[in-house]
Design a protein around this ligand. Structure first.
Ligand code: HPA
Length: 234
């Protein structure tokens, strides 16, 4: 048991998928895992453990934003010995070629700051994905007939952003999409020698203003969960 994860050590698998939304963790576990059981409900941040093709997997909500994700990822790594962490979540598209429902596999993430900035100080650390996971995710997507966008994303601290000039610079520098968690996940994985990746579904678009209708979300998010599971166990 940790402060925020009310599970025994054996309850959490070494491979963890991290959606921001705890109810998406429930849906993904019930839809894609065998024998999924609830292992955490502290603060309503649901976590489930089950199996995928015979391999143990936990799907744990991370909450929104890097400070929240950092709490769960620190505890998963330090107290539950988790080795592979894959964020599954939504993002806002930032390039014309990136369409609603497309899948993005994040190679790296740009930020203004992360919870780790306090120790990195003046360093502009470049948080990057684990290469073996990234390659496996691209292979898994292509095997499903999906061509993912692979490249840099932006992990922002604000959803209601009042700095359009920053988004403009991200667009100009080829950033594919904006979300709020991946950079800290990659930074923590780097610090502790673990494997991390973010697989994202484009749910809205900063340039076109489009948004995925809520009824369409499940199917698009399902592709992302299957890609993440197949990347963890190629
Ligand atoms: N901004 C930040 N995070 C997001 C967005 C967005 O537009 N869409 C989905 N996650």
């Amino acid at each position: 048991m940790t402060v925020h994860i009310g599970a025994e050590p054996g309850d959490i698998a070494q491979t963890v998928l991290l959606p921001g939304d705890p109810y998406r963790a429930k849906w993904a576990a019930e839809t894609f895992l065998k024998d999924a059981r609830l292992v955490n409900e502290v603060r309503g941040m649901l976590g489930f453990t089950g199996t995928y093709k015979g391999n143990a997997v936990t799907i744990q909500g991370s909450g929104m934003g890097m400070p929240s994700l950092s709490i769960y990822v620190n505890e998963l790594i330090k107290d539950f010995d988790v080795n592979t962490l894959i964020r599954i979540g939504s993002c806002g598209g930032m390039q014309e070629k990136v369409k609603i429902r497309d899948v993005i596999v994040a190679m790296t993430s740009t930020t203004l700051s992360t919870p780790s900035s306090g120790i990195l100080k003046e360093l502009n650390f470049a948080p990057s994905a684990d290469w073996s996971l990234l390659r496996a995710a691209v292979d898994a997507a292509e095997a499903k007939g999906i061509t993912p966008h692979v490249g840099g994303i932006y992990s922002s601290d604000v959803f209601y952003d009042e700095r359009p000039d920053l988004n403009e610079q991200m667009v100009r520098h080829g950033i594919l999409g904006v979300e709020m968690e991946a950079a800290e996940l990659y930074t923590l994985a780097a610090r502790y020698g673990k494997r991390a990746l973010a697989v994202l579904t484009v749910s809205d678009h900063l340039i076109t203003g489009e948004a995925l209708p809520s009824g369409d979300r499940e199917r698009s998010f399902g592709d992302m969960v299957e890609i993440a599971l197949a990347a963890a166990f190629p």
